[in-house]
Design a protein around this ligand. Structure first.
Ligand code: CA
Length: 232
């Protein structure tokens, strides 16, 4: 379970009751490379954040069933450290201050600028993992999560969206074994159908493009990418 709780992904929980805004944010963030699960009330937000290892949460404050600030307070009281970005109205300064006091990590004003939101989320996830650099590095690979580009030994590599997401998960968790189930969680949001053998297929393609030795199979457990190339 420890492994599962600590997995590093770009999977987000979005808690927003406004259907238009929620739908727009989910679609926009997905296009920018996040996996997004969307809940529409505070109780569901708290339940899911307790149950699943999200990389970060986007929390509207005015939520039905349970107010966003109460959700935040309950999570922090129980020591849940998931980074939380709060959505607030432009004039709701007391809410913003209270949110930060209660343990919000950042906030974005409504109307939401999607690109600002995505940049702040990437920064939150980076900080949560003690990473300062925007780009991920392992062996001769450099992956830029914002531009969604990969270079190997300085040369650009073309990857499909899923291949990129899989490589990103492996690089965020370099030197750690990820199970197939964990990788599937990274590749798919709720309600998206998981193709059988999807992980195996994408690993196969990544090996073909990046070299057979890059991603290690740990028999019966999963896959791992080493930060440093093993000695020949
Ligand atoms: Ca609301």
């Amino acid at each position: 379970m420890a492994l599962k709780r600590n997995i590093r992904t770009m999977r987000l929980l979005l808690a927003e009751d406004d259907p238009l805004l929620g739908d727009g944010l989910r679609a926009g963030l997905r296009q920018l490379g996040f996996q997004v699960d969307w809940v529409r009330d505070g109780q569901a937000a708290e339940r899911e954040l307790r149950a699943q290892p999200y990389a970060a949460a986007v929390l509207d404050l005015g939520l039905p069933m349970k107010d966003g600030l109460d959700v935040l307070a309950a999570l922090r009281r129980d020591g849940l450290a998931v980074p939380v970005l709060v959505l607030t109205a432009r004039d709701a300064i007391p809410d913003r201050i209270r949110g930060l006091d209660l343990g919000a990590d950042d906030y974005v004003l409504k109307p939401v600028d999607l690109h600002e939101l995505a940049a702040r989320l990437r920064a939150l996830v980076r900080r949560a993992h003690g990473q300062v650099q925007e780009c991920l590095q392992a062996q001769d690979l450099v992956l830029d999560p914002a531009a969604r580009t990969v270079q190997q030994a300085g040369a650009p590599v073309t990857l499909s969206q899923r291949e990129f997401d899989l490589l990103q998960a492996l690089m965020l968790n370099a030197d750690r074994v990820l199970s197939r189930e964990q990788l599937e969680q990274h590749l798919y949001s709720w309600g998206q159908e998981v193709e059988s053998n999807a992980v195996e297929v994408h690993v196969h393609h990544l090996r073909r493009k990046l070299g057979a030795g890059l991603i290690q199979t740990v028999r019966g457990v999963g896959y791992m990418l080493l930060r440093q190339a093993p000695p020949p």
